[in-house]
Design a protein around this ligand. Structure first.
Ligand SMILES: [Zn+2]
Ligand SMILES: [Zn+2]
Length: 750
């Protein structure tokens, strides 16, 4: 009788893979065993040739939804005449990197059905989970991943749960967060002073009434507190905006079910699949005219960040409220999300009217992930719940030094590169606040503890004032480890190259707001030829001054003023820009520019977007980061217009002709859509000119500007038509969320 040794790699641990192998082996009458180890899962199986063949197919297809077989290799073994039964063996210890636990996963269809079925033990139980779904990363204190090491240690299993937990044929076999109404966590509705208003089902119903009355409910979700409010009520949304001091930045909306979401938004097949996936991200989708959500959710934005309830608690709540709800992170803008009860009561007391909380502690904050599908596939814009802490293989780094990389300053992440595997922390948000810097430090400790490795070197940005740089400097001293400083746009390009297994040389178009350049000026419109830890600046925008420096990030009108001054010298503002300045403001900026006071120069394409948005009267000031660029993208829509010309000398692109073109279109009374469309085409032209100048067949696109679907689509099409191989971010975000990855690979090569 044939006997096989089957090595399986992929997402195969902590997702019920071994129990399903066990069930399938029994179903096919095989003998043998299955066990976990550092690199994946090994199966030994003996039986008839046809049964083995069917079994091999089944373990790739007939497995739990979160499990994924990436690689399967078989070796023939000599027959074992004594073999009987099929067993799940204890994990093999050892190996280079500890086995990775899966991320927090959305409720699975089986658990959803169970909570919906009267008479079931877990009917309407908000903490139902199983091996295929529920909390993981957010509740683990330490490894190995078993119940005493999670925040479920405070809940001893009742006999019924214990039976399920111990039965290899049950879908809750070794489900560490297993719980039921008898032994598990329960809900409490709290006043702002922490006093209890009601418990269990009553708490749920009272929270529903509060939402229906337009009040703001803070809810303890899977990875932190969220603020909920009726998305169909303009007044309720206004109240939340006022309290959160968040005037225009779009809110995400959770819909009760797929049918209500599809009624409000246009969904393709890939979008439906993502929304219903175990990762259940917030998905940016096109809003239908007349959608049942108030305009104040995402003013002027044709897209909506939509998602589905991903915990039993959210499902129960949304079903009762029976309307879409704003569902946004529980924080004041620029601070990290609150995840502990006391902290939430303290920090969110001015934001929420009531707290729907529970007694299962969250041990680390994990935000909702954000994705978008366009053109030929999905893009991750924020990588957190559902993805962290999955390790991603990075080709070519097997024997490289272990690097801990500290990332950028906004959309911060930390990365650990070890033995060709990259583990990126969840999105940590901005590091402006003390809480943000604290979270960064805790996450660094967390990552090292979790994976049980010590770095050989550290990596950070060139910018000396980033909180991430300062932490890296401190730890480099404490641990006596070398610290490598990686230029921001080099890191962008290297991140996208690593994602696609490119060693270079490759051209990187790194376009974003700003990052510190190697020459001490602010870069952001770069074409770099990258090979390993080295790069050459092939092209860049001609630098222009930003009067007021940092203030220009919030005020596109300053970018417009600086750009005009650099190309035309002093003068009065064009008529479309003039209303953006009160009284002496314009002259003040002009004199700052003339004296060179507090006016750093930049080659940023993000700031060029700002300048054009201000000139076309879209936005003189930002309500949130990237707003002006988004407005230009939306204004352009799908329109294709002829480009403005560039004056390109030795890679330096002078935007003077572009600016003159915009001004003359404005003077001729052309509409914003026309100008925005021309501007986008011009940037695609510039991308091609730089790529041709660099002359390398592979091109990577990275930086916040490539969150712009219109720009990315145009650049990709133009470069592909010209015969270049274009690579975009897929697994990691194009924005500064990818910087720690880029730093890690550059430092590993250095
Ligand atoms: Zn489940
Ligand atoms: Zn129980």
């Amino acid at each position: 009788m044939p006997r096989l040794c089957i090595e399986v790699q992929g997402v195969v641990q902590g997702v019920g893979f071994r129990p399903s192998v066990y069930r399938l082996a029994l179903a096919h009458g095989l003998t043998g065993a299955v066990w976990n180890h550092a690199r994946g899962v090994t199966i030994e199986a003996q039986g008839g040739a046809t049964s083995l063949e069917a079994f091999l197919r089944a373990i790739q297809t007939d497995i739990p939804p979160p499990a994924r077989v990436a690689n399967l290799a078989c070796v023939d073994l000599p027959e074992d005449p004594q073999a009987e039964g099929f067993r799940i063996l204890a994990s093999d210890e050892g190996g280079d990197i500890r086995p990775v636990v899966p991320p927090d996963l959305a409720i699975c269809p089986a658990c959803a059905e169970e909570t919906d079925t009267p008479g079931e033990r877990r009917y309407r139980y908000p903490f139902t989970n199983c091996t295929y779904c529920g909390p993981r990363y957010s509740i683990i204190a330490s490894l190995p991943y078993d119940r005493p090491h999670t925040s479920m240690q405070a809940f001893p299993m009742c006999p019924a749960c214990r039976r399920e937990y111990s039965d290899p044929l049950d879908r809750r076999f070794h489900a560490q967060p297993i719980a039921c109404p008898v032994c598990g966590p329960h809900l409490t509705l709290r006043r702002l002073d922490g006093g209890s208003l009601s418990e269990g089902e009553d708490a749920l119903h009272e929270a529903v009434v509060a939402l229906q009355e337009g009040r703001v409910v803070a809810i303890k979700g899977l990875g932190g507190f969220q603020l909920l409010v009726d998305a169909t009520s303009a007044e309720a949304v206004r109240r939340l905006r006022d309290r959160k001091r968040r005037e225009e930045k779009p809110f995400a909306v959770m819909f009760p079910d797929m049918a209500s979401l599809a009624a409000a938004c246009e969904l393709g097949e890939a979008e439906r699949a993502l929304l219903a996936s175990p990762e259940a991200p917030i998905l940016l989708v096109r809003r239908r005219p007349g959608a049942q959500v108030t305009e104040g959710i995402a003013p002027g934005n044709p897209r909506l960040g939509a998602f589905l309830p991903y915990t039993p608690l959210h499902r129960l709540l949304l079903a009762l409220v029976d309307r879409p709800l704003v569902c946004t992170s529980g924080n004041l803008s620029e601070e990290p999300m609150a995840f502990e009860d006391d902290e939430a009561l303290r920090r969110l007391g001015t934001l929420a009217d009531v707290f729907l909380t529970h007694n299962r502690p969250i041990l680390r904050p994990v935000d909702d992930s954000v994705m978008r599908v366009d053109g030929d596939g999905p893009t991750l814009l924020r990588r957190a719940r559902g993805f962290t802490p999955l390790a991603v293989a990075v080709a070519g780094f097997k024997g490289a030094p272990t690097v801990l990389a500290f990332g950028a300053h906004q959309k911060a992440t930390v990365s650990l590169l070890h033995q060709g595997q990259l583990v990126m922390s969840q999105h940590l948000g901005d590091l402006m606040s003390l809480q943000g810097a604290d979270l960064l430090a805790r996450t660094v400790e967390d990552l090292l503890d979790f994976f049980g490795v010590q770095p050989d070197r550290l990596a950070c940005d060139l910018h000396p004032d980033y909180a991430s740089t300062r932490l890296a400097e401190r730890l480099s001293n404490e641990w006596d480890l070398p610290l490598l400083r990686v230029q921001h746009h080099h890191a962008h390009g290297a991140a996208c190259m690593a994602e696609h297994g490119l060693k270079g040389p490759a051209t990187a178009l790194a376009w974003d707001g700003t990052g510190l350049g190697s020459d001490g000026t602010l870069w952001g419109g770069e074409a770099l030829a990258i090979k390993g830890d080295r790069f050459e600046r092939v092209g860049h925008l001609r630098p222009f001054p930003l009067p007021g420096g940092e203030a220009a990030v919030r005020e596109p009108r300053r970018s417009a003023c600086g750009l005009l001054w650099s190309l035309r010298g002093s003068g009065s503002p064009p008529p479309t820009l003039a209303p953006a300045f009160d009284g002496p403001e314009w002259n003040l900026l002009q004199s700052m520019l003339a004296k060179g006071l507090h006016s750093p120069v930049t080659s940023s394409i993000g700031r060029l977007f700002d300048a054009v948005a201000a000139l076309t009267s879209l936005h003189a000031r930002h309500g949130f980061e990237g707003q002006a660029a988004m407005a230009l993208e939306f204004a352009a829509g799908d329109r294709v217009e002829s480009p403005y010309a560039w004056d390109l000398k030795a890679g330096m692109a002078n935007p003077s002709l572009l600016l003159e073109g915009v001004l003359s279109d404005l003077a001729a009374g052309q509409d914003v859509a026309f100008i925005a469309a021309r501007f986008h085409t011009s940037l695609a032209d510039l991308a091609l000119a730089w790529t041709e100048l660099s002359g390398l067949p592979d091109v990577v696109l990275s930086g916040g500007c490539f969150q712009n679907a219109r720009l990315t689509g145009l650049v990709q099409a133009k470069l592909t038509d010209a015969g270049f191989r274009v690579h975009r971010h897929r697994t990691f975000p194009p924005n500064d969320g990818c910087i720690s990855l880029g730093q890690a690979v550059v430092a590993a090569l250095g």
